[in-house]
Write a protein that binds this ligand. Sequence first.
Ligand code: SF4
Length: 528
Amino acid sequence: MNGMFCFQCEQTAGCAGCTGAAGVCGKTAQVADLQDQLTGALIALAQAIGEAAPDGNARNLMLEGLFATVTNVDFSAGTLQRLIDRAHEARGNREPEDYDMQRIWDADEDTRSLKSLVLFGLRGMAAYAHHARMLGYADGSVDVFFFEAMAALAQDQSADELLALALEVGRVNLACMGLLDQANTETYGDPVPTPVPFEIEPGPFIIVTGHDLKDLDLLLGQTDGTGVNVYTHGEMLPAHAYPKLKAHPQLKGNFGTAWQNQREEFDGVPAPILFTTNCLMPPRKSYVDRVFATGCVAFDGTHAVDEDKDFSELIAKAIELGGYGQAQHRTGINGGTQALTGFGRATVLSSAEAVIEGVGNGQISHLFLVGGCDGARPGRNYFTEFVKNTPEDSIVLTLACGKYRFNDLDLGTAAGLPRILDMGQCNDAYGAIRVAVALAEAFGCDVNDLPLSMVLSWYEQKAVCILLTLLHLGIKDIYLGPTLPAFISPNVLKVLVEDYQVTPTGDPREDLAKLVSPDAASATSEGR
Ligand code: SF4
């Protein structure tokens, strides 16, 4: 293997593609090649199964295999090879041979773009289906769609057919996010508004990051009565708001400013870290022995937690390290000492009357959904500036880890509601969609006619499937940044811009002016 090609995430080299010996994320050419081989083996498995119903083993393997190829999940040649072997075993001696992914990477730019859009959307959706599966929830039609869509990637299709398939990924992803919403809320209760401190108390503790609530639940169960505290990190922050999780008194607060700062922030911390999903950056040597990986996460040199989810070694490590001797007063990136979370769809919908009344009587001038992934690119302070400059009588709904850019800000209230409402993890885009649809029904209009603007930050493949869901729903005027996906060809971008009015983010104040008062903004720019 002499080089690699990967352009699936926002930090891809030169906004074009990672090539050479390793990607920006630290993925080596060998691992990138194995991820391609795994994807090709899963496509062949889907082709071999054809019209037949995939069995339970094939369904689980499809989810695990796709999830393993999401950015920042699996950096281990060994675990990827085992997944490839399992795919071969599941296919048996059925035709065809593994699909060669180079056929997609070398295809004409529009085919490559649209097939990438489908594949990356499927990878993101597989992560959601996997989280739901961990809680015992599955949807047969979602499972089968993975096989249909993967098999379709091997076929020659027109641009129109591939665009329709991409929108179908969006439709099925809505059902998949709904399934995960059901799994999370039926298992742990509806989130309730909860302040989450950033202070770290004295004594042994564990940091847990990622999205998998089941892993956190099991860890909390095993740390009950041990004297070991648990702190969330990154996308695990909204877990504090679930009644059955917050009932554990050792779930104390949140550690860290944003996932992409982990290499600096985990260095020198007297505690182990548990990674449950796609948030792993290659650990520094100074703390790799304190990293524990579970589920689909893998990195050679870290501790792998097996399927039994026995966290005793992790807990013993926390006790051995002992934590801090004194309380650590930490802040978010804007100097705040806590974040407020727990404004899931049930809570927001229970306040719908206040929102509707507030919009009706002018107490609420505008609603913004500012959400999505965070990342290291300097231009991401756009989202901080955007939120800071929103009108004082507006509400900002947020979700996913992009909120760390502003979730420690105290922007006061509007119509009696906090101005920043954290709806949860990226998959809680489902809840945001439900809220938008409910508001549109209440106002007797289309979602696109609400005083609601969507400003989304993207980084990896979960954001891709959410964007496809929004496009499937016909939601227009989405502002997307900090850069556009490298895998979007000029012709595909033309469709997104002309048919859906997807707009690249620019200057936060100018974008804000356009969204709040489009006529005034166009008059201003005409007058220049
Ligand atoms: Fe590059 Fe992103 Fe691919 Fe990593 S996942 S190799 S950073 S494009």
